[in-house]
Design a protein around this ligand. Structure first.
Ligand SMILES: Cc1cc2nc3c(=O)[nH]c(=O)nc-3n(C[C@H](O)[C@H](O)[C@H](O)COP(=O)(O)OP(=O)(O)OC[C@H]3O[C@@H](n4cnc5c(N)ncnc54)[C@H](O)[C@@H]3O)c2cc1C
Length: 555
């Protein structure tokens, strides 16, 4: 059989009559574009999903009955998420089970629960499934069916491509250039091992050593604005920016969000956020980002990826933002939500090995490569602790290197307790990395004791660094008031001493999150004195939008 198979809608029910009825109703409406597959139990459905995965097929929607003997629908959906995270999830329930269904919304990131019976389907089934299929079809996951990346194992450019795709939640197949299949693909693309990384789209289009912007366009991420003027431009696609985009667009503002790299920001890097309200089981950064992104798009916000903002100026009542390539975009108001970036560990040898064994942040793409290996993590804050928990699932041992005597001053109690329970994690107090060495990949680290100055060498292939972060706001120098560390000063802090900031043209004081340029607000980690949390970033994004309304009304 040639061509690409239609994406699958999988229905699971142990009652043959119900199973037939769901499949029949689904086929009637979607049979021309989707392949409706049914299974009689959770385990057999999982088996089917594994086969589909191996064959490189796509799954758009999963509809599982809640009450099934071997495995409940919730248990099934939880396992299915590991195989097809982008598939939309529906639980079929009887009226008596709605409590369980509501609980499942958090547990398995459920998209919808459908009460049995669903007749007439035109009213109760199809509108739900239509919305879910639309949502799935607009994800890069759908657009990127069979995206393949051919590269070298220990190569920083190949890592950069994979990291970019992972951060943007785009699935891909990774092939080594010196493997037979990788070699065949290179030949088909008229490329050689010197051209890698080579990215091949499902329709055969291929790019050698693409830039991030070229890659974004290839996988269907928007990179250019559709208009020249907006009500609101949000700069930065972390939780604060996504929060502002959701509130802005849902409240009728023509909103565009501009992101330098990948939506999700720092939170998108977190393997498990345990303390975000409403997610008692915790939520991965990728899941939270996926939901927020869909929510912003649903309300009509435009999300641009791989576009860095490098300038901000006042042009009458408009605010003008300049991109790295010199083009501009204008708006009535701006929310700056550019967060912070990792601080670089300045030790000899590390810069050359970044992306080849040395990583900033948890670099989730690398975790499976660390199986049975010794992993070194630098840092004593929560982000390092989360990474240690995450890598302990793969590594033989995780070494957490900290400057202090213990973790109590820098890490949350729940994480310290979690680490205490994992034998594979070893905390090394008073220890820093003095140097790294290796030819193709990191091979050795020199560790130093901060009290005695004594050094020792260890064999190490993996180093993950979490040593705090700083705002990247140099481009705002002389434009906005920033504190000595570069964080943007807002609201009452600008009028300390009773004087308004230089150049402030209005007769009122700046609003709470407003910067020293009227109509430009700052939200989240980039703001001076902000609380560095996902919840506060989202909250400030929402609050900034309500202040934008106040600003627009008062002009
Ligand atoms: C590994 C890790 C784990 C964490 N775990 C937790 C947790 O469990 N609980 C918790 O509450 N907090 C946690 N945090 C902190 C939390 O993620 C941050 O406080 C939060 O992400 C801040 O959101 P933000 O939107 O302000 O900034 P960021 O998340 O930093 O996002 C800023 C975005 O702006 C983009 N950007 C920057 N400059 C530009 C520019 N000039 N043009 C365009 N785009 C730009 C960046 O690429 C980035 O995507 C964690 C952080 C890390 C790193």
């Amino acid at each position: 059989m040639g061509g690409v198979a239609n994406p699958v809608i999988l229905t699971i029910d142990d009652d043959p009559a119900v199973s037939r009825a769901v499949a029949r109703d689904m086929r009637r409406r979607y049979g021309d574009r989707y392949r409706v597959v049914r299974a009689g139990s959770g385990p057999s459905a999982l088996e089917t999903l594994r086969e589909l995965k191996l064959r490189g097929e796509q799954v758009a929607v999963l509809v599982a009955d809640y009450r099934m003997p071997e495995m409940t629908g919730i248990e099934f959906l939880e396992e299915a998420m590991d195989l097809f995270p982008a598939a939309r999830r529906v639980l079929l329930t009887a009226y008596a089970d709605t409590e369980a269904a509501i609980d499942a919304i958090n547990l398995v990131d459920l998209d919808h629960y459908l009460l049995k019976p669903w007749h007439p389907p035109e009213e109760k089934l199809y509108p739900v499934v239509d919305t879910l299929l639309d949502a799935w079809a607009t994800t890069p996951e759908a657009a990127a069916a069979e995206l393949r990346v051919v590269g070298h194992r220990w190569s920083a450019p190949s890592f950069a491509i994979r990291d970019f795709l992972a951060r943007n939640l785009v699935p891909y197949r990774w092939l080594l250039a010196d493997d037979s299949e990788g070699g065949r693909l290179l030949k088909a693309a008229d490329a050689t091992v010197d051209d890698v990384p080579v990215v091949i789209a499902p329709d055969g289009t291929h790019l050698a050593r693409p830039t991030e912007a070229e890659l974004a366009a290839l996988v269907g991420l928007r990179v250019a604005p559709t208009e020249e003027f907006y009500d609101l431009v949000v700069v930065g696609g972390g939780p604060a920016g996504l929060g502002a985009a959701v509130y802005g667009a849902s409240e009728g503002l023509r909103t565009v969000l501009v992101e330098r790299r990948a939506t999700g920001g720092q939170a998108g890097q977190s393997s498990r956020i345990e303390n975000y309200l409403g997610f008692p089981e915790g939520v991965s950064g990728a899941q939270l980002t996926d939901r927020a992104r869909r929510q912003a798009l649903k309300f009509g916000a435009e999300l641009l990826t791989t576009r860095e903002v490098t300038g901000l100026t006042e042009a009458g009542s408009a605010r003008l933002l300049t991109f790295g390539d010199g083009s501009t975009i204008a708006a009535h108001a701006v929310v700056l939500a550019t967060g912070v970036s990792y601080r670089v560990l300045d030790a000899p040898g590390l810069a050359e090995l970044t992306g080849r064994g040395v990583f900033y942040g948890s670099a989730a793409t690398e975790a499976p490569s660390c199986v049975d290996q010794e992993v070194y993590i630098v840092g004593g804050a929560n982000s390092a602790g989360q990474a240690a928990v995450h890598f302990s699932r793969y590594a033989k041992r995780v070494h957490l290197l900290i400057r202090g005597a213990d973790l109590t001053a820098s890490m949350s109690r729940y994480l310290i307790d979690q680490l205490d329970r994992i034998d594979r994690v070893v905390v090394h107090p008073h220890t820093v990395v003095a140097a790294g060495a290796g030819t193709e990949h990191l091979e050795r680290l020199t560790l130093a004791d901060t009290r005695s100055g004594e050094t020792r060498e260890v064999d190490a292939s993996w180093l993950f660094i979490f040593i705090g972060a700083q705002p990247r706001t140099d481009w705002l120098d002389g434009v906005l008031v920033r504190d000595e560390r570069g964080f943007v000063v807002t609201g009452p802090d600008l009028v300390a001493g009773g004087r308004r900031p230089p150049g402030w043209s209005l007769t009122r004081d700046p609003y709470h999150l407003e910067t020293s340029m009227p109509g430009v607000f700052a939200a989240g980690d980039v703001r001076a004195e902000s609380v560095k949390r996902v919840a506060s970033a989202v909250g400030e994004g929402a609050m900034a939008v309500s202040l934008v309304h106040r600003y627009l009304e008062s002009r």
